[in-house]
Design a protein around this ligand. Structure first.
Ligand code: ASP
Length: 334
């Protein structure tokens, strides 16, 4: 490959295990020359620019950092052919989902990746993950993706399913966008997101959204508490197809009261696979009658970030309800 043919890829680093070294209290992300050594090999194939944006364990990445990351991506449009974001795996699915919404119709490939073993480790999965991510970033396919263990998925469909295994992410209720095969990077063109308009950076997102995992007999007063604390959105991981107990006698206002007080409530399933559907059981229908929004087959990460984003955009309850009936970038099956 001659130099002029090389695709220009921007690597934005944010920390994570991939950039970690052993410190006094365990693995901690640190700037070091290990990434640079790895990139020197990749420079045979790509022209690479590096932007060291932050150096955090992804447990410490908050909505503020989401905005910084999304802004860096948006500002780099037009300067490169594709972007790789190295990121800790623990909250990568949240960042990739939120980036999908903040970067509406992003018109170049943006690929999140990381590793389970630090790059500094001889047996690290980092080199392979970086290579897959760079290949995807050079593919020309626009969208926000996550590349891991030779698989590429939509950022808004990815979930971390293994704490230690190398196949750490799965694409939930959605086909892989691509994978690495004996013939190289194979993309499933039908699974790629479709652009519907110009790229826009819309970073406003509310923090007042709570993700609640339902447990048998959960005290409904939790909803009163959440509303009193100022939460404006609640995502419930309900049972199975989307059921929730209703037999409990309770003097407070509970879930119905939260909805009456203007809180948007999205109901998903705590099952990872298949879609919730509140129309099947009485316990689901009662929720619909109260006015909850169906989360369908969205991941909890996507439902949470979409609701944070919708409220941050200043949408009314009805606009939010309508938004959840639309797929912005493949996050829900309609
Ligand atoms: N704790 C690390 C992080 O999320 C884990 C990893 O990157 O694999 O930053």
């Amino acid at each position: 490959m001659g130099n002029t043919e090389k695709k220009h890829i921007l690597l934005i680093t944010t920390g994570g295990t991939i950039a970690s070294v052993l410190g006094g209290e365990g693995l901690e992300p640190r700037r070091s020359d290990v990434m640079e050594r790895e990139l020197n090999q990749l420079r045979t194939y790509y022209r690479i620019t590096v932007q060291d944006l932050m150096c955090l364990d992804s447990s410490n990445i908050r909505p503020e950092e989401w905005v910084i990351i999304a802004r860096a991506i948006f500002e780099a449009r037009g300067t490169c052919d594709g972007i790789v974001v190295s990121h800790g795996t623990d909250t990568m699915a949240y960042t990739a989902s939120m980036a999908t919404f903040m970067l509406e119709n992003i018109d170049l490939p943006v690929v999140f990746t990381g590793s389970q073993l630090p790059l500094a480790d001889f047996l690290s999965d980092g080199p392979g993950n970086l290579r897959t991510a760079f290949a995807m970033a050079a593919s020309g396919a626009p969208g926000v993706f996550l590349a891991f263990d030779r698989k590429i998925m939509l950022g808004c469909r990815a979930v971390k399913v293994r704490a230690a295994g190398f196949s750490a992410f799965e694409s939930i209720n959605s086909r892989y966008v691509g994978n690495v095969t004996a013939t190289g990077l194979a993309l499933d063109r039908d699974a790629l997101p479709k652009l519907t308009g110009p790229a826009r950076f819309r970073p406003q997102a509310s923090r007042q959204v709570f993700l609640l995992k339902l447990t048998p007999g959960l005290d409904p007063s939790i909803f009163d508490t959440l509303v009193d604390q100022g939460y404006r959105g609640i995502v419930i991981e309900a049972f199975g197809l989307g059921g929730m107990h209703f037999l409990q006698q309770y003097p407070g206002r509970g879930l119905a009261g939260a909805i009456e007080r203007g809180v948007s409530v999205v109901v998903c399933s705590q099952c990872l696979y298949d879609s919730s559907n509140l129309n099947v059981y009485q316990v689901g229908k009662k929720l619909l009658d109260m006015g909850v929004i169906q989360g369908g087959d969205m991941t909890s990460e996507a439902a949470l970030t979409k609701l944070m984003w919708a409220i941050g955009q200043g949408m009314s309850g009805e606009q939010i309800r309508a938004l959840f009936r639309r797929s912005l970038a493949g996050e829900i099956t309609l």
